[in-house]
Design a protein around this ligand. Sequence first.
Ligand SMILES: *[C@@H]1O[C@H](CO)[C@@H](O)[C@H](O)[C@H]1NC(C)=O
Ligand SMILES: *[C@@H]1O[C@H](CO)[C@@H](O)[C@H](O)[C@H]1NC(C)=O
Ligand SMILES: *[C@@H]1O[C@H](CO)[C@@H](O)[C@H](O)[C@H]1NC(C)=O
Ligand SMILES: *[C@@H]1O[C@H](CO)[C@@H](O)[C@H](O)[C@H]1NC(C)=O
Ligand SMILES: [Zn+2]
Length: 480
Amino acid sequence: MTGPRALALLLLPVLLGWAGGHPVPGTKSFRKLLLISFDGFRWDYDQDVDTPNMDRLAQEGVKAKYLTPPFVTMTSPSHFTTISGRWIEDHGVIHNMMFNTETQWKYSFKTTQNKTEWWDNGVLPLWITAQRQGRKTASFHYPGGGAKYQGEAVQRSLVESHTHPNGNETEWRQNIDIVMNWFTKEDFDFVTLYYGEPDSVGHLYGPDTENRRAMIQQIDRTIGYLLEAIGRHSLTEHLNVIITSDHGMTTMKKKPNITEILLRNYISFKDLVQFDIVDYGGFGMLLPKPGQEEAVYQALKNAHPHLNVYKKEEFPERFHFAKHERVLPIVMYADPGYSISGRIILYFNKGDHGFDNVYMDMKTIFRAFGPDFKKNHLAEPFDSIHIYPLMCKLLGVTPEPHNGSLAVTQEMLVDTYDQHTGAEMKRASALQNTAISLTVVTGVLVVLFVAGVTFTVFCRKKTQRADQNSTSEPVRMTEL
Ligand SMILES: *[C@@H]1O[C@H](CO)[C@@H](O)[C@H](O)[C@H]1NC(C)=O
Ligand SMILES: *[C@@H]1O[C@H](CO)[C@@H](O)[C@H](O)[C@H]1NC(C)=O
Ligand SMILES: *[C@@H]1O[C@H](CO)[C@@H](O)[C@H](O)[C@H]1NC(C)=O
Ligand SMILES: *[C@@H]1O[C@H](CO)[C@@H](O)[C@H](O)[C@H]1NC(C)=O
Ligand SMILES: [Zn+2]
């Protein structure tokens, strides 16, 4: 019996190598994901000020030349597109303000944050989809994170209070520490973190000011703090990070340099308009009184050379904006720098957004780094709609129907990312084939002997691997 014994010893490492040395075919580990949004970060804000940490990120990760947000280029609508992968006309969060044309009520951006009825329109954000597939998710001030979707809340959600200051750098760092602890101490898989700057300074002082440049440096220091915190929490190999934003910012034009858009000069609100959403930068909507739609449209359509006016059903398709039932019958947007005022000009912002997303001033940023992203990779510009399938891929979550495409962002991932699972399967099957041919050569007796010996070892070894995975590996093993 020396022959079969020797062969069994020869075969043992082969079989063990297959069973114990690699994850069992059909399973894969997924890293954690942090999505950070700095509101109103125009694509080129890092180009006229020193940003050593963002420069370092470009070396150590992926930088897109710029990112195109959806129209309307506004905070809540754009953030919900990022987290759902759906056009605004599909997800229905069509404005920062929630409104009711019957009651004439309007709610501010912050007031909407825990109003489920504004956010939950049948499209699921990634938090909920990921939770349903066994991931732990959290939202830190991210727009929409405070609502319930189909009755389900985000597992951990902090909603910005009305008095929350936007620019407190100490608090920014504390928030990063809180999020790091969510990942390490509580094993959260996906966290969205939102900061209200540089949007506020952009509105208040304008995008091309010292104040804005100083804020970009504060953001850059915060990113430096984030990098240091990721290392301190030993998350470097386990956490992917995407840093992005919702829209850009442009300098507003005012009298006497231009003729401002004042709708009262062309229509009578009292006679023709039942409800309006205007005085909110360069975007507006009107609900005409019954039978007055054509009159309003005709009066406004050529009223001002920098005002674009449409009937809802004729609003350009490329915006993917107007189909939703919440969109009012008359939709308007101004050329960059012009605000749309209703009855009086009460417009103080020096910078604003909400304009056509083709303009460079409305473009924003996309950065990404972590173990699954390539290093020093400059990506071509893309639409923010494509971030959603990328996040699903990174988390190993099966996406809901969406309007993005993984093909757009796939090239940002390390080359081995996708071959990973495929290569393991091939290797396993090659080893299986080797084992099969050897057993055929040595005959049925040997097969039975070997099977008897190795089966026990195989099982024991597998159990050990599983134990190791659950104790020392912070990453999760998941069914594909
Ligand atoms: C959220 O809702 C609670 C009441 O349910 C309210 O007290 C709080 O101010 C709201 N927060 C915001 C930011 O609207
Ligand atoms: C900034 O935040 C820190 C920490 O939350 C707080 O102690 C400090 O008072 C805040 N500063 C201002 C000016 O609000
Ligand atoms: C008018 O234009 C000039 C030159 O571009 C600029 O310096 C000035 O600030 C503008 N004034 C207003 C009120 O916008
Ligand atoms: C966006 O995706 C949804 C869901 O698949 C689909 O119903 C809708 O038609 C898509 N929109 C566009 C403009 O393709
Ligand atoms: Zn803003």
